[in-house]
Design a protein around this ligand. Structure first.
Ligand code: PMP
Length: 284
């Protein structure tokens, strides 16, 4: 495949970075995953805005301007095979003269991007929904989860523990037994006429799918939409639980640990939400 590395489009097996890169030594970088179907990106500008927020948080000056990021994303789609591709972008601080914690005086950020195939877009149909049985764990990551950092060790450990328990994801709760998010997704629950998700703070990533879904539901559905603290008890007693992420869109959770969610079937509200999301997702 063709990848982008520091201003060049090159075959992936020719891409080289220094082992002194602080992305390698410290996991010191920011990344994005931007989905596209049939050549159309979803939430491209929001992903680029979040990338900039992350770079600002790390005091890394943006190596490209907004139009250059857009051109890069489009060029990666054009130069790679596949109908449904996500673009991965990673920016690290680059390398310094030696391994030292302090930011080097003048390092050049490393920009790496490539495109990879993703599953076909979810269909709003109960029978073809990809459902999730998930583990439940105490959130043992750090207190800056709003930063989309390439340092994903905490997330990887949670995710793998879910896999080791025979599940496909892990939903996380803080020490007060409040829902945060899943190891690679945001979480929504449904109770009666209300659709809820935890508020944005340092405990969760501000997911673009979360953002688009909230906007779509507020504009196009009759449900009450709440961003508020959600307890463990509310999750296990919910009518429906969903995961959201760029490559999943909205995915029904049918079991959390030992608890079956409601009847264990894909819910009507999921069908409604995924139908609206599929219809309006390119407009945000
Ligand atoms: N939370 C975490 C921890 C994630 O890694 C992701 C992305 N896979 C999400 C939430 C969902 O974010 P988005 O909708 O922007 O893909």
């Amino acid at each position: 495949s063709t990848v982008y590395l520091n201003n060049q489009f090159i075959p992936s097996d020719e891409a080289r970075i220094s082992p002194m890169d602080r992305g390698f030594l410290f996991g010191e970088g920011i990344y994005e995953v931007i989905p596209s179907y049939d050549g159309q990106f979803i939430g491209l500008q929001q992903h680029l805005d979040r990338l900039l927020d992350g770079l600002n948080a790390l005091a890394i000056s943006a190596p490209l301007n907004n139009q250059q990021w857009i051109d890069l994303c489009k060029k990666l789609l054009a130069s790679n095979q596949g109908q449904d591709l996500a673009v991965y972008i990673q920016v690290t601080r680059g390398s310094g003269p030696t391994r030292q914690h302090a930011y080097p005086e003048n390092s050049t950020p490393t920009v790496f991007a490539f495109a990879f195939e993703i599953p076909a877009q979810p269909i709003a149909d109960k029978n073809s929904a990809v459902t999730y049985k998930v583990s439940s764990q105490q959130d043992l990551r750090w207190k800056r989860c709003q930063i989309k950092s390439t340092s994903l060790l905490g997330n990887v450990l949670h995710y793998q523990q879910g896999i080791d328990e025979g599940n496909k994801e892990t939903i996380l709760f803080n020490t007060k037994d409040e829902l945060t998010e899943a190891s690679s997704s945001n979480v929504f629950i449904v109770k009666g006429n209300t659709i809820m998700t935890p508020p944005l703070d340092n405990q969760i990533l501000p997911g673009i799918t979360r953002h688009i879904l909230l906007a779509v539901l507020r504009e196009h559905s009759q449900f009450n939409i709440e961003e508020r603290v959600i307890s463990y008890q509310e999750v296990i007693n919910a009518d429906e639980v969903w995961l959201t992420s760029s490559t999943k869109e909205i995915a029904p959770v049918i079991q959390l640990g030992e608890h079956t969610i409601a009847s264990g079937e894909v819910g009507d509200v999921w069908l409604h939400a995924q139908t609206l999301f599929s219809k309006y997702k390119y407009q945000y």
